[in-house]
Design a protein. Structure first.
Length: 262
């Protein structure tokens, strides 16, 4: 696949995707969003991929929507921002539907849409110098890319209101303290820490990880009875996997398991 706006590399079961528009702080245009969506969709059918690592080139993770694409020249009709958001929706759904773990390495500012792309990952590790900004209110918009879904669930309604309505900057350490992200790493050690986590996840029982993700996704809109029923169904599926058999045998043999992701 020809990519103009993202970089790809694969090693040890980890697909690394790098947003590659550093001259505009990796701001999103339609092309980059499409390439990312296609990459996540492709990872779902590629059996060699067992985890995905997402980051940005240069000094930013992603500064949000590229306003050069969203704000028209004077005297020309404004684009339908809802159409732009619909394009993002496909990316967020692809990330959440991917039944493999996604690690976001936030190497710098994650603003607007960029912040919420990060929050769609299963694990977020941020550089100590990184920051998160729900910048939408500064131009009279609402959080998109799942922001109104993820933020209240991660940090609670009061803090979500603060972030979305005041548009202030949240440091990486504050984001960790609020339970919004997984961890913080020194700037010069970020990629090493994020890659180590992704490589570890790529050695684990991939089917079980994917089913956990499916169950958590479903729990966002389920009652207890429905969720208990889903757990029984997914546990049955997990119990039939080769990795479950290997895990049990390794436990019985008192050795480290060797999971294949099947």
């Amino acid at each position: 696949m020809d990519n103009r706006f993202i970089l790809r590399s694969a090693d040890a079961g980890v697909l690394t995707l790098t947003m590659n528009r550093p001259d505009v702080l990796n701001s999103c245009n339609r092309g980059m969003v499409t390439e990312l969506r296609q990459a996540f969709e492709g990872a779902g059918t590629d059996t060699t991929v067992r985890a995905v690592l997402l980051t940005g080139a240069g000094r930013a993770f992603c500064a949000g929507q590229d306003l050069a694409e969203a704000v028209p020249p004077a005297g020309t009709p404004a684009p339908d921002i809802g159409d732009i958001v619909t394009g993002y929706n496909g990316l967020i759904l692809a990330m959440r539907r991917l039944e493999k773990p996604v690690v976001a390495a936030v190497n710098g500012v994650a603003a607007g849409a960029g912040a919420n792309i990060a929050l769609a990952a299963d694990f977020v590790i941020a550089s100590a110098e990184a920051s998160f900004i729900q910048a939408f209110i500064k131009i009279g918009l609402i959080p998109d890319n799942g922001g109104t879904f993820f933020l209240p669930r991660l940090v609670g309604l009061a803090r979500a209101n603060s972030l979305a309505m005041l548009g202030g900057k949240l440091t990486a350490q504050q984001a960790k303290d609020w339970g919004m992200i997984h961890d913080v790493a020194p700037g010069d050690g970020l990629m090493e820490a994020a890659a180590a986590l992704a490589r570890h996840l790529a050695t684990q029982p991939t089917r079980a990880l994917g089913l956990i993700k499916r169950a958590f996704n479903a729990s966002m809109g389920s009652d207890l009875e429905t969720q208990l029923s889903l757990e029984a169904k997914l546990q049955r599926e997990a119990g039939r996997s080769a990795d479950h058999t290997e895990g049990v045998r390794a436990f019985q043999d008192k050795r480290a398991p060797s999971y294949t992701g099947r």
